[in-house]
Design a protein around this ligand. Structure first.
Ligand code: GRF
Length: 211
């Protein structure tokens, strides 16, 4: 199965995909890494791993759909079966989401449906959440709202800062994102009728791994 990984920044999740594939634990071929920022360090990680890269700068386009069409055109020659959003900081248009329906995964640093959007670690602390974590889900038109697949959960420590929490959540992400992608790559997780399915059964709640 061929994957495209879309990034905007440091690409630690991308690195985790690269490493997991090298270890033989993920049946995916990363066909291309695409960034909307030329200075994203993830592009360097991709080049170091001999993976093809592409950069489409969003500022060069009039609107969201024009940018999304350029992204799709640049992905087309690679014919990806799966798109992995790994810190890709652009909201995708309904056109793009429909174009790749059921083939786009995202990871969000919170236990969805809690804390969609930004600044999730500080928000979890402010809310006094006992647990926090990260969730892999299919991408739909609803921001951070698509069918959930797999969540990694940790207990919040007393007196923890947002930065400390972020660091622990990121370590969880590096484990659960390749695991979720493997479920997709092996055909165990699919998307149908607006829902995630595991082994042919609707997955109403995500799988949860406690760390
Ligand atoms: C991750 O924390 C992910 O949850 C969020 O963006 C961050 C990307 O980090 N969507 P990196 O670029 O993979 O290091």
């Amino acid at each position: 199965m061929k994957a495209a990984i879309l990034i905007s920044g440091s690409g630690t999740n991308l690195q985790s995909f690269i490493d997991t594939i090298a270890q033989g634990n993920l049946d995916l071929d990363i066909a291309v890494v695409l960034s909307n920022r030329p200075d994203a360090y993830g592009l360097t990680r991709a080049r170091d791993a001999d993976i093809q890269t592409a950069c489409i700068e969003h500022g060069a386009f009039e609107g969201r759909v024009q940018f999304d069409r350029a992204v799709a055109a640049s992905l087309e020659p690679f014919d990806p079966d799966l798109l992995i959003l790994a810190g890709f900081m652009r909201i995708l248009s309904p056109w793009f989401v429909t174009r790749y329906e059921g083939k786009v995964l995202n990871i969000h640093p919170a236990l969805l449906p809690r804390h969609p959007g930004l600044d999730t670690h500080a928000r979890a602390l402010r809310a006094g959440d006992s647990h926090h974590g990260s969730t892999v889900h299919f991408v739909t038109d609803e921001l951070d709202g698509g069918p959930r697949i797999l969540a990694g959960r940790i207990a919040v420590n007393a007196g923890e800062t947002p930065e400390q929490l972020q660091e622990r959540v990121q370590a969880v992400e590096h484990r659960i994102y390749p695991q979720a992608a493997q479920l997709f790559a092996t055909g165990r997780i699919t998307y149908r009728n607006g829902a995630a399915w595991l082994d042919g059964k609707i997955l109403a709640d995500p799988l949860i791994v406690d760390y």
